[in-house]
Design a binder for this molecule. Structure first.
Ligand code: PSU
Ligand code: MN
Length: 305
């Protein structure tokens, strides 16, 4: 039935059939999270790092209405260059496909496509969450609901302080989503290693994470896991500096009346300009660190099957 809607690239299909390690990657980060050409450089390097680690990368997107599990170089270029590509979260998925459009998948839709394809581990930069004043605006990313119900482990560098980190963690707790820190007890804030909030559990090896995922799903505990991997210390930004820029960008978004799915891309673009690409550099490095960890987790998970 899924073949009707989904094309799995040969390399990925072979790996999945043989029970080998596969790591999913999202495409919103390419089409809406980073400027061209850094977006494509980052996407290609992420794939290369996963291969180097001995796993197979599967970047996910919707192209001409079909779900693609694994993109060609040409597809990657297209996702990075074309400014007409829709941002596709859960509510957009069926419509963008019915209309035969191109779409970049968010964390939520990358998770749901991964689950359908049989991929267990996914690496990204940052997950969506509860926006500041979310208790009034109801702006809560569909990523959180997806984490509640879809069985994929997500490696990220935490949640940016453009969001309300405390409310995001509360929401995840309510939904029963484990939040673990890789070699840290502190929940990271994307550009910085410590958000001031704690994780539920510190985990010290990819093997331990793979085991926890396996136990969770064997027990029928539906949903994902937030695997928080702090940005490597050498690339961490000065908290005071970056938080100042973030506060300014959040205010600007409010003033300009930016709403809904346009908020995150607006703020990201503004940060990159205001920091003269220092935030973009940090963003790329934390993604590379996340894809490396995700590959190790996927390799360990493959051994448990
Ligand atoms: N955070 C980033 N870069 C991104 C995103 C989040 O640092 O590109 C993207 C991810 O695809 C995430 C989405 O799933 O934004 C969340 O958007 P929203 O809040 O509209 O659900
Ligand atoms: Mn939103």
């Amino acid at each position: 039935m899924l073949e009707r809607y989904m094309d799995i690239k040969d390399e990925v299909k072979k790996a999945l059939d043989q029970g080998r390690a596969v790591v999913a990657l999202e495409s919103t980060i390419i089409s809406h999270g980073m400027p061209y050409p850094e977006n494509i450089i980052s996407a290609k390097k992420s794939e290369a790092l996963i291969r180097e680690a001995g796993a197979v990368p599967a970047t996910i997107a919707v192209i001409k209405g079909r779900i693609k599990i694994g993109l060609t170089e040409e597809d990657l270029d297209h996702m990075g260059r074309d400014s007409e590509i829709a941002k596709v979260s859960r509510r957009d998925m069926a419509l963008v496909m019915a209309k035969g459009m191109d779409g970049a998948t968010t964390v939520a839709t990358t998770m749901l496509c991964s689950e359908r394809a049989g991929i267990k581990v996914f690496a990204t930069g940052g997950i969506g969450g509860v926006h500041r004043k979310g208790q009034e605006t109801f702006d809560i990313s569909a990523d959180l609901m997806e984490l509640a119900g879809t069985n994929v482990g997500v490696v990220s560098a935490g949640v940016k302080s453009i969001l309300d980190i405390g409310l995001t963690l509360e929401y995840l707790e309510t939904q029963g989503v484990p939040v673990v820190g890789y070699k840290t007890g502190n929940f990271p804030a994307f550009y910085t290693r410590d958000s001031g909030f704690k994780v539920d559990y510190q985990v010290d090896s990819p093997k331990e994470i793979a085991q926890a995922l396996k136990i969770k799903w064997d027990l029928g505990l539906k949903g994902g896991m937030v695997i928080a991997n702090p940005i490597p210390a050498e690339y961490e930004m000065d908290p005071e500096y970056i938080n100042g820029v973030i506060d300014e960008a959040v205010e600007a978004a409010e003033k300009e009346g930016i709403k809904g799915k346009y908020i995150t891309p607006f703020i990201l673009a503004r940060l990159h300009t205001r920091t003269e690409d220092k935030s973009l550099f940090a963003n790329k490095e934390l993604v590379y660190s996340n894809v490396r960890l995700a590959a190790q987790i996927a390799l360990e998970y493959a051994k448990l099957r």
